[in-house]
Design a protein around this ligand. Sequence first.
Ligand SMILES: *Cc1c(COP(=O)(O)O)cnc(C)c1O
Length: 342
Amino acid sequence: MEINKLVRPNILKLKPYSSARSEFTGEGSVFLDANESPFENDYNRYPDPLQNKVKEKISGIKNISKESIFLGNGSDEAIDLLFRIFCNPGKDNVIAIAPTYGMYEVCADINDVEYRSVNLDANFDIDTEAVLARTDGNSKIIFLCSPNNPTGNLLNREKMLTLINEFKGIVVVDEAYIDFAPQESFINLIPKYSNLVVLQTFSKAWGQASVRLGMAYSSPEIISYFNKVKYPYNINILTQRHILKVLEDKGLVESQTKEILAQKEYLIEQLNKMAKVKKIFPSSANFVLVRIDDADNVYQKLVDKGIIVRNRSKITLCDGCLRITVGREDENKNLINALSQI
Ligand SMILES: *Cc1c(COP(=O)(O)O)cnc(C)c1O
């Protein structure tokens, strides 16, 4: 696929900001090029605009080249950049499933791009024909989220591949919850599909939501457009240093993920025993979507007890549903105890 034909003309011809540190080659020892303070205090120099050390580390863990990685202020930055790279405001459109993560539509609205949503089927899976039927010559991106938020299920892999194969635009696979799922990441398919962008984040299984660091993985060509459009120093040095330390302890994240999955089983088992729980939807994430009698009332009663879950009862196909994040053992027991008293 000719990706440059999908890129907005103004971005294609954009001459990106050139930072002082990227304008010379060789080894510097005296830096008088960036109007920084010369007094060393750990923070006086501008950070690496391409975060090479962090990307090297991620590259090893994910088995993908550095040139295929973009780092952003959460995966939310990557979502916004996708609109700014590919979608002409007031003209182009994107397609997404419903229900799904809310940021795709918010970013579409901010960028004045038409957002077309296609309801999932009764199993919360993709209706590929309906999705393709909504595309036209101005459709630039299809957003797929797997495991999907707020439903929790993995989308059917074959159906996702059908869309990647058939759609003449970019297919984004948001894998924010992939670490909890018994399925291989789509990252491994990037060399095969030039229109595939995979999003991941440090905000969920990695336990770093407050740090704001997310990844987009794609072909070096697409990543070069991300680099062209992003703020020159979008990831600060505190984040870069911190995440290098986090990446040293992959074992901790793996054991925490196991514990969360075990706690999810406990939650499901306990919820299943409750008469007011009508349905627990299959989840491959760190949360469960639950249909419950009188959801709004249950939600408020939980809030009154200081227990906050997400009320999704007004969302497409989620009437009467609460989304419950799996917490620590004591938190989950607390929730079950409170629910049994309502
Ligand atoms: C939580 C979540 C994200 C994470 O966004 P960050 O900006 O990286 O914190 C992305 N996509 C989905 C579907 C999510 O649920």
